[in-house]
Design a protein. Structure first.
Length: 340
């Protein structure tokens, strides 16, 4: 079994289609060429240079290395990992069909493989850092094989998607396919590991409370114990008498939150005369919840670990000294020359 990384668009714009259609697509715009007729990776390289008027040799080589496998290297029974851009989770599937080219589907869905998505919404925080580093390869398609990733992920699947205790010290290995990583994901993974160490359980409410106060809200925190469906209340204005009035539920379960929890929050909002609700789940949300986002857009906001980290970035200077001591961050500016 090989393990293949697929990305569903730069911002996850194709993720729902991948999962709904039970497929992985090769989302190269306007690449309407049947790969069955391409006999070698070198032929594919030459074709890409002509089709896309590529001047950089490295770009054509990189593209060919990602496009070629879907038709000529992947096998039925191989596994696929799809990192979510919607929240900080991973989806796993098994390839069940041969390569298909169907021009009638339109760009960018010409090329696909059927997939059985057997594990959805697995939190990234359950995976060792070296595995996450490999999964951060800044490519649309590539095989993940360093650090014994294939075998270790298979063992996690057998163990309910938890890492078994290590018996030896493992070393991170690097390869050309992993030399360019998604820097945002890599940074978020490191910061995430720090935060969950410091703010597990009820302490996560402290962090969310601090973020809301930094954003200008006056807050009320329910005492520990029975919270009657609400952990925090927040409202702006003098003494918190303004609008909007927000009802917040905070979860640090090690599994994504399901639909009943969202429904419970919506019901609780009316009990507290709240205008809006906010559901915070460090481990993210199951697909059933994500699909409710459009319907609840004017009522509810969902915060996962990715959103929390971004809110920390946005409001860091206004956070308390205690929080900044536990999450010591430093702003770094870098020149983005990727597309130059």
């Amino acid at each position: 079994m090989s393990l293949w990384l697929f990305r569903a668009g730069k911002n996850g714009e194709y993720e729902n289609k991948f999962l709904t259609d039970n497929r992985v697509y090769l989302t190269w715009e306007h690449f309407n060429v049947d790969l069955h007729g391409i006999k070698s990776q070198e032929d594919l390289y030459n074709l890409l240079v002509k089709m896309y008027n590529l001047e950089k040799e490295k770009t054509a080589i990189n593209w060919a290395s990602q496009i070629w496998p879907i038709a000529h290297k992947m096998n039925v029974g191989d596994w696929v990992v799809l990192p979510s851009k919607v929240n900080r989770t991973l989806h796993f599937g098994e390839i069940t069909g041969e390569y298909v080219y169907d021009k009638s589907l339109g760009s960018p869905y010409y090329h696909y493989r059927d997939v059985n998505w057997f594990a959805l919404d697995i939190p990234r925080d359950r995976f060792d850092q070296d595995i996450l580093y490999s999964l951060g390869a800044f490519m649309t398609v590539c095989r993940i094989h360093k650090n014994n990733a294939e075998e270790r992920i298979k063992q996690m699947a057998k163990n309910g998607w938890y890492v078994k205790p290590k018996t030896v010290t493992e070393t991170i290995e690097y390869s050309d396919e992993e030399s360019r990583i998604d820097l945002d994901e890599y940074i978020s993974d490191q910061i995430s590991e720090r935060i969950i160490q410091k703010f597990k359980g009820h302490r996560m409410e402290d962090l969310i409370n601090e973020i809301l106060k930094a954003k200008g809200f006056t807050t009320y925190r329910s005492p520990e114990g029975a919270d009657y469906g609400v952990d925090l209340l927040a409202s702006p204005g003098t003494l918190g008498f303004g609008s909007p009035k927000i009802c917040i539920q905070v979860k640090t379960n090690d599994t994504p939150i399901d639909r009943p929890t969202l429904d419970q929050l919506i019901g609780t909002m009316s009990n507290y005369n709240a205008d809006y609700g906010m559901l915070v789940s460090w481990s993210g949300f199951k697909t059933s919840v994500i699909r409710e986002i459009p319907k609840q857009f004017f009522k509810v906001r969902l915060w996962d670990s990715k959103t929390i980290i971004q809110e920390i970035f946005n409001n860091y200077e206004k956070l308390s000294d205690e929080i900044k001591t536990e999450i010591p961050l430093k702003r770094v500016w870098m020149l983005n020359v990727e597309d130059q």
